[in-house]
Design a protein around this ligand. Structure first.
Ligand SMILES: Cc1ncc(COP(=O)(O)O)c(C=O)c1O
Length: 487
């Protein structure tokens, strides 16, 4: 079947095959976009049964492979742009981001070296310079695009660790970890993202190296507890290599008091990393930019564009305040970033990244900024934050619903409250509401915990969603709860 050359190239035959394959795929996407159901409601077992690889000796050919992907992947995919799809920090994407993907994929540039991505390298560097300016960092290009928040947080923690040991005359890069690490700590709030724990484990320091600072009623890091825990750490002979502040916690969207934390970090000579994976979107906000005051004081920052910047997955960035810290991860590979290149000033971005081969995801943000402009980008970001406030007000008027916390970014935490004070029962009921809604294919509502009790979460990133849509969803929550209570 597939005896024709399958490689994308400039030959007439390849170009025709490319156009056919893209046209067929685009048509399928257009049909999928119009699907009314958020999800066709298949269970884990049903999908496992249905989906099987068909790797034949002759190959099926492009057309049949695409048809099978439409049948087994596309049709049963979640419609992330659907008004009732509000569970996670998982955004619908910009049309321009889709166009950027076509260019990124077809050109297949790799960001590790200049000779694999010349124009792309310059675009990424210029975008990093621009992002630094938005954060309030000094002019420079220390930073890199990443696969997302987890990797950016890893870079921040790794450089914090290596800078900490370098100050003591020890090079982790050369000599590895020292034998007793039990006194090395990282501080973050109880609501910080779990990638702090995972990254510390990955870095050889274990979950136990993470000290969780208490949070206030709004899930923000409690400064008094931070001070107490810093004093306690000192008394215990512990050494704090980094404080990770969060600008936009995953559930509550809480922004830690950045400037106050920065002052404490400076006083104790501790690296401060800000995980602004979500809240970083406010860099483009017209109404809420001041929520990020103090971000410029951080030693390093995580930004994530596949959240409220509406870029396709994956697209994130890591920014480093002082470029000299990049020395801590310096590695020269003769075939990529040789001395010769460095002396000649050839920018090989492998020096700034944990990855070697790397996608040109920066193009998506670049094209997004150019296509939308400041005004429209601000509108679609601010919309979610304002909508969350409106939804919270509405929730307060509903006797069967309990608002768990006032919203801070674009999320609303709430519970269905039956007439019962048995919190285990309330927790189970809310869990079941989320499960039933997803299984029915009608809605995807987040299920999480606040103060140890299960609650529901609406993550209202989608700028096409309005209060009326959310009221429809809340009515489904109520109807589902009533059915469950009857059963
Ligand atoms: C606050 C925060 N930081 C980091 C991450 C991890 O980001 P990613 O999924 O892009 O690795 C998330 C994911 O939701 C997050 O909410």
């Amino acid at each position: 079947m597939s005896d024709v050359n399958p490689i994308l190239s400039g030959s007439a035959q390849s170009i025709a095959a490319y156009q056919d394959a893209i046209e067929q795929s685009t048509q399928a996407v257009v049909e999928w976009l119009k699907q009314p159901e958020m999800y066709q409601g298949k269970t884990v077992e049903q999908l496992r049964e249905r989906i099987n690889l068909n790797f034949t000796s002759q190959g099926l050919g492009n057309q049949a492979a695409i048809e099978r992907a439409v049948e087994y992947f596309l049709k049963d995919s979640l419609l992330v742009h659907h008004a009732q799809c509000v569970a996670h920090l998982h955004c619908p994407s910009l049309v321009i981001s889709q166009a950027a993907e076509v260019l990124i994929n077809a050109t297949n540039q790799s960001m590790d070296s200049w000779d694999q991505s010349p124009s792309a390298t310059i675009i990424e560097i210029k975008l990093i310079e621009w992002l630094r300016e938005q954060v309030g960092y000094a002019a420079g290009d220390a930073g890199v695009f990443t696969s997302g928040g987890t990797q950016s947080n890893l870079m921040g923690l790794m450089l914090a660790r290596d800078a900490f040991f370098a100050r003591q005359g020890h090079s982790i890069q050369q000599d590895g970890l020292t034998s007793d690490l039990s006194k090395i700590k990282v501080f973050c709030s109880e609501s910080a993202h779990f990638s702090v724990q995972k990254n510390m484990a990955l870095m050889g320091l274990g979950y136990r190296s993470v000290t969780q600072v208490k949070t206030d009623a709004f899930s923000r890091m409690d400064l008094a507890d931070l001070k107490d825990k810093l004093a306690q750490a000192k008394a215990n002979g512990e050494q704090v290599m980094a404080i990770v502040a969060t600008a936009g916690t995953t559930d509550a969207g809480a922004i830690d008091p950045l400037a106050d934390i920065a002052a404490l970090a400076a006083e104790h000579q501790i690296w401060m990393h800000v995980d602004a994976a979500w809240g970083g979107a406010l860099l483009l906000s017209e109404k809420y930019r001041d929520f990020l005051n103090g971000l410029e004081l951080a030693d390093s920052v995580t930004l994530d564009f596949h959240k409220q910047f509406f870029q396709t997955i994956s697209c994130g960035a890591f920014l480093l305040k002082d470029a000299r810290h990049y020395e801590l991860m310096r590695y020269q590979a003769a075939y990529l970033n040789s001395d010769f290149d460095e002396e000649a000033g050839v920018p090989n971005l492998v020096s700034k990244s944990l990855q070697t081969t790397r996608r040109f995801d920066a193009l998506k943000l670049w094209m997004g900024l150019e296509a939308l402009g400041k005004k429209q980008y601000a509108v679609i970001i601010d919309n979610g934050v304002t909508l969350a406030q409106d939804v919270a007000e509405f929730v307060k008027t509903q006797p069967h619903l309990e608002l768990v916390m006032e919203p801070q970014l674009a999320s609303v935490l709430f519970r269905f409250r039956p007439q019962s004070d048995d919190m285990a029962f309330v927790a189970l009921l809310n869990q079941r509401i989320g499960d039933v809604l997803l299984a029915s294919g009608s809605a995807n509502v987040g299920v999480t915990e606040a103060d140890g009790v299960t609650c529901l979460k609406l993550t209202l990133l989608n700028p096409t969603v309005c209060l009326e849509d959310v009221k429809v969803l809340l009515a489904s929550v109520k109807a589902t709860a009533e059915q469950l209570l009857k059963a």
